[in-house]
Write a new protein. Structure first.
Length: 236
């Protein structure tokens, strides 16, 4: 018997700016976003948390923010850096601070954990967050025993070159068609205002349009994919 295909559509960067908040909210209310990851360090995090508290069906995880980097002249250079990523003590202290702030803002623990620009895939951040995820009993992106992560709906290469063909209705439907059985988290980055100094900016508006497109909703129904959130995940 084929396992049911259950899809969590998770919007990263919630709270990073008013424009990101606006796009995430629209993609949730008019589109297929079922979950968000909150960046607690940014001024728009407060308003993002207000919305999340008023919409308890929207699961909220923490988007650990240790910095952002851009690829220029064949090397990565920082846009900003919160703490040195190779200093375990500083990293652990900052993650603890962000978790405390998350609880203050949202009023409950995160339903899942991930990080800005996937820094949790590198040591020592990975081991620190794995311990925290196990303690909380929640999935850490790409390291869950239950939830598979899909990052194929993203409009750039890893180095920041444009890939507009990946944030189209056609590609999203192709992703849906190829989903395996079980839980899949589909990452996305919707936003509506050009109010960020970030390498991923203009693509966000297009993501909102695609995530809200009626053809995507029809494809989900015809493919018998079940939209859900991290609240449906029993075991990380």
């Amino acid at each position: 018997m084929t396992a049911t295909r259950q899809l969590i559509v998770n919007a990263d960067d919630f709270g990073q700016s008013p424009g990101v908040n606006q796009g995430v909210i629209e993609a949730h209310e008019r589109g297929i976003v079922t979950s968000v990851s909150l960046m607690v360090r940014w001024p728009a995090a407060e308003s993002a948390a207000v919305y999340a508290r008023a919409h308890p069906s929207l699961t909220v995880g923490i988007h650990v923010d240790l910095g952002e980097w851009v690829f220029r002249e064949d090397t990565w250079v920082p846009v900003y850096e919160v703490v040195p990523r190779n200093n375990p003590t500083r990293v652990a202290e900052e993650i603890t601070r962000q978790l405390v702030e998350f609880r203050r803002l949202v009023g409950r623990p995160p339903t899942h954990i991930d990080s800005h620009q996937h820094v949790h895939r590198q040591k020592p951040v990975r081991s620190i967050l794995l311990r925290i995820a196990r303690h909380l009993g929640v999935p850490l992106r790409s390291y869950s025993r239950v939830v598979r992560y899909c990052g194929d709906f993203y409009g750039q290469t890893a180095q920041g070159s444009p890939l507009p063909e990946l944030i189209t209705v056609e590609n999203l439907i192709a992703i849906l068609t190829a989903l395996p059985g079980g839980f899949t988290e589909l990452g996305c980055h919707p936003g509506l205002a050009d109010d960020l100094n970030t390498m991923y900016r203009t693509e966000r508006t297009e993501e909102v349009s695609v995530l809200c497109d009626a053809r995507v909703r029809r494809a989900i129904a015809s493919l018998s994919v079940q939209l859900c959130s991290f609240s449906a995940v029993a075991d990380p």
